[in-house]
Design a protein around this ligand. Structure first.
Ligand code: ADP
Length: 260
């Protein structure tokens, strides 16, 4: 997309004659347009995600006020669903706020020295209840001694929580999630989160970190996903000058590696 401006100019060409020209200037605004479109898509998606649970809450409130006014059993059942819907909206708002906070400080690199060994242990421990619920064991494979990177502790916790939680939820049928921390001499520090689940078809892999992108919306909803987890991971890693490498094979499992 270009904005084109043209302006006539005239020169004296000697002996009383004049020559006429046009100056054309081309400004490429494709990138500006693309960013505008992304922004408005994002607002539309976020509103849609909030509108669905809101509409369902409204429906249940009307039913409780009307047809189910005296039906205590139905009311108890509806209240449970309403509770789930409000929890879903809170999760979504929390994720949206995380993203906007991260965008504000994306240009400032974090500078705290963080030892990944205890950090990964802490994240694994915090996920034990969820892993137990879905029947998955999380195995940590850590080297001896410290493995330090420059980072922001809370943000790195968020990255590994998201990746380990996804591996447990989406890789549930593999029943085991392996987390490897590698720090060989002359190699970058890497953390790999590997599941033996159903894997991700190749065409989806490049888009996983887009906001609200999900391989299956139903699957993500039933697993209490917001579709923003990997977008948050990507933002945090960009700020940490780290990369996310995704390798997945359908029927075998998925490997999310963070390379510092
Ligand atoms: P969600 O809140 O839906 O989990 P994420 O951004 O964390 O959102 O993940 C985006 C999508 O990537 C998920 O909906 C799921 O389809 C897919 N995904 C993420 N991790 C895995 C995994 N380990 N195995 C298979 N699919 C995965």
């Amino acid at each position: 997309v270009y904005i084109v401006r043209s302006a006539p100019v005239e020169f004296e060409a000697g002996e009383g004659s004049r020559e006429r020209y046009f100056i054309l200037s081309f400004r490429d605004i494709s990138e500006v347009r693309r960013i505008d479109r992304m922004r408005s898509d994002f607002v539309a998606n976020a509103s849609h995600e909030l509108r669905t649970p809101l509409a369902s809450l409204r429906g249940f409130i009307e039913t409780i006020q009307g047809p189910a006014k005296n039906d205590l059993k139905a009311q108890a059942q509806f209240l449970n669903i309403m509770f789930d819907q409000t929890t879903r909206m809170s999760r979504l708002v929390d994720d949206l706020l995380s993203l906007s906070r991260l965008e504000l400080k994306s240009h400032i690199a974090p500078d705290e020295k963080i030892d990944l060994v205890p950090l990964l242990g802490h994240v694994r421990d915090s996920l034990v209840p969820l892993a137990r619920d879905v029947g998955v064991d999380i195995n940590l494979h850590l080297p001896d001694g410290k493995v330090e990177v420059l980072g922001d502790r809370d943000e790195l916790v968020q990255v590994f929580e998201n990746l380990m939680e996804n591996a447990c939820k989406y890789g549930q049928e593999g029943e085991v999630v392996d987390v490897w921390l590698k720090n060989g001499a002359g190699h970058p520090v890497e953390v790999s989160i590997v599941d033996k689940g159903p894997g991700i078809p190749a065409e989806h892999v490049p888009r996983l970190t887009e906001r609200f992108y999900r391989v299956s919306i139903e699957d993500s909803r039933s697993k209490k996903g917001t579709g923003l987890g990997l977008a948050i991971v990507k933002h945090i890693l960009t700020r940490h000058r780290a990369r996310l490498i995704v390798k997945s094979e359908v029927g075998k499992g998925t490997d999310f590696t963070v390379r510092f």
